[in-house]
Structure formats: C-alpha cells, structure tokens
Design a protein around this ligand. Sequence first.
Ligand code: NAP
Ligand code: MG
Length: 405
Amino acid sequence: MEKIQMKTPLVEMDGDEMTHILWKMIKEELLIPFIDLKTEYYDLGLICRNETNDKVTLDSAEATKKYGVAVKCATITPNAARMKEYQLKEMWKSPNGTIRAALDGTVFRSPILVSGIEPCVRNWKKPITIARHAYGDVYKASEMKIPKAGKTELVYTDEFGNETRELLHDFTDAGIIQGQHNTKKSIESFARSCFNYALDARQDLWFATKDTISKKYDHTFKDIFQYIYEKEYVERFKAADIEYFYTLIDDAVARVMKSEGGFIWACKNYDGDVMSDMVSSAFGSLAMMTSVLVSPKGHFEYEAAHGTVQRHYYKCLKGEETSTNSVATIFAWTGALRKRGELDSIAELAGFADFLEKACVETIESGRMTKDLALITTIPNPSVLSSMDFIKAVRKTLEQDMEKA
Ligand code: NAP
Ligand code: MG
C-alpha cells in the first residue's frame, strides 16, 4: 500500500513522561506505516524548555499561527518538586497557558464515546463538548477582606482623571469584597471561536450566563454573543442546519442533564472549569477526553485532556509494565490530521483519521483495553493490555478495516 502524502506540515509539539513514550509508539505503529508524515517538530519536553529558556514553546505557538494546525503531547507544568527534579533555571509557565495566550484561543473538550464505557447519565447518547472561556472573571479578580464598618465602591478613572463610582456595599460590620473584570476583545474572541467550532463540528451551540442577576456583567457576554451571531454567523448556521441557543445557566444545567448530548456548551470561565469536570467524569474517564484550542483566526491545536501520567512513567522507568490509555493522544493526532486533510483537500488523510478512530473504538468494544477502562467497563471479562499491546491491537484492527474497505 502506498503511503498517504501530505502537503503542509503539522506542528508537532512533543512532551513529557509517559505521554512522551506513548507519542513515539503512536507515531511508529499507527502513523508512519500509513502516512508520509510531515511535521515541524518542537520538543516541549521540560529539559528542552529549560535549555531554550522556554523559547521553544513560543516558537511552537508561532509555527501554529503560520501553518494553522498543531498536535500537542501532554507536558509538565513545573512546581517546586519539578524545579528540583529537573534542576530548572526558572519555574517555567504552563506551556498550555503560553500557547493559549499566543493564539488567544478557546478550549473545547469532548468525550470519546465507546459502548461498554457508559455515561453515568443514562440519556447521554452523544458527546457534550464544553467550550470554556479562558480569560478573566474570578481568575483575575481582586479581593479584599473588610475588617469593620465602612463604605466600599467600584471606581473607574478615565484617561482625563474623571471618576465614575458605583457603591458596592455600605458595611455596618466586617465582610469581604471582590472586583472582577473581562474585556470586550476577549469575549468577542471567545464568541467567534465558539461559532467557528460549531460550524466546523456541525453541532448546535448553547451559551448560558446569569444575565437576569448580573445585568451589566453577564448581560454583556450575552449581548456580544448575540451581536456577533446576527452580524456574522446567522446565514452560515442556517446553511449548516444548526442553531445558536442562549438560556440562563440554571436552565442550561437542567436541560443538559435531560438531553441526549450532541451539542457544544459554551461556558464562562468559572462555569467551564466546574462543568467540564462534571461532564468528563460523568462520561467515564479523563483518559477518553480530547481537547482542542481554537483561535478566533481559525488556528487549531489538538491534545489529550489528561496530563503526563507521571505515576505510570516512574513504573516504566523501573522496567515495570504499564497499561496507560493512549486513546486521547491518538485522537489528538487524528483530529489534527483530519483538519490538515480538510484544509489541504487531501481526502485520504481525513479518511485515515476516521479509520484510526474507528479502530480504537472497535478494539475497546471487542473487550481489549487498558486497565483504567477495564475497571469501569460493562463488557464482561475484558482483557487488560499493556500500553504497547493496546496500540498493537489497534494497529491490527486498523489494518483489517482498511483491507476490508
Ligand atoms: P494526569 O497525568 O492526568 O494523571 C492523573 C491520574 O489519572 C494518573 O495517575 C492515572 O491514574 C490517571 N490517568 C490519567 N491519564 C491516564 C491515561 N492516559 N491512562 C491511564 N490512566 C490515566 O495528572 P497528574 O498526575 O495530576 O499530572 C501529571 C503531570 O501532567 C503534571 O506535571 C502536570 O503538570 C501535567 N499536566 C499536563 C497537562 C497538559 O499538558 N495538558 C494537563 C494536566 C496535567 P492512576 O495513577 O490511578 O492509574
Ligand atoms: Mg478544574
């Protein structure tokens, strides 16, 4: 069989620990035998980030702006323990944060559904994708403890020194206050990323805030979404036969629980933080969750939602066998390859991504899976495979499926 040819390289962001090991296995077993794989390689492993003073991370983000599509392996976000372990020059920032800031993007997280790994919510039949705004609100708030009686105000001073004041609270005793902000530009980017993603996925978009209570703050989110939708997206949504739907956050929560899934749920920063953990654990496993960063300019960076699986890595270093789930990392690659195929009009590349995803699902549904899934599956007597044996089993399924087609 001839290998599938690519036109434009993918931006390849390699990473750390167990996921770095899976990365190599995936490329060697599942990609290179089938595709003449073109990538521009960036090593975001902590050692290289430290050696380059984190320039490699910025370079990889710039490359993503240039080429449009990236695939990223999980990476270590350094803390005090990592400073020591890797003898770091500095406590480098989270690569994801750096890349997100450079691309000004929104993160979309979707579960990979497999029969045999059943959602806790019985009526969820299709994936629910959470789109989380990644800037501002309570994450960039200023707070104060108020020790005793006194007046608190919000004050805005314009460039000429004119002040506008709003009473926060006239305290008669001790209390607490908080000041939050967001920017029009960031909310607009968030809205466009969500509308673009919905068109791309051909799924309805839901958005919810508490605008009835927060008549200026949350209402501004609602208004910006509505304005951009009407001005730029209405016709395209009609053509794609999808809907944009706004409701109150509490109504959204109730509807999500009763829904069958199959839509995108855009959330403000805090709501997205909380709801993505609820949705991902209700769908079954963090190891079956993919994540893509979409910029308002239409750049895409695909990755797994989980981390570097440190505990498994240390087992692996000791020469012990691991059973680490590679599905979300494989789906990061298929997401990126499919997008590259679409942008470059290479149908075989997008087709290969479909085959590979199907092979992962079929392998698990046939009862062969990694330990994390074996613990939660409804399939009787599953066989627990090692990290490598699972990838080999997927390859076998893939080859059989491709032959049949
Ligand atoms: P983690 O790597 O997601 O792993 C947490 C636990 O979840 C694992 O110990 C394992 O449980 C289970 N798990 C996660 N992914 C799995 C998989 N693919 N297959 C099987 N089990 C899986 O989170 P962490 O241990 O908190 O973080 C480790 C490192 O990852 C940290 O340095 C952190 O900075 C980094 N991180 C990176 C990203 C990213 O790059 N996007 C995201 C999150 C964290 P058992 O041990 O019980 O088997
Ligand atoms: Mg969280």
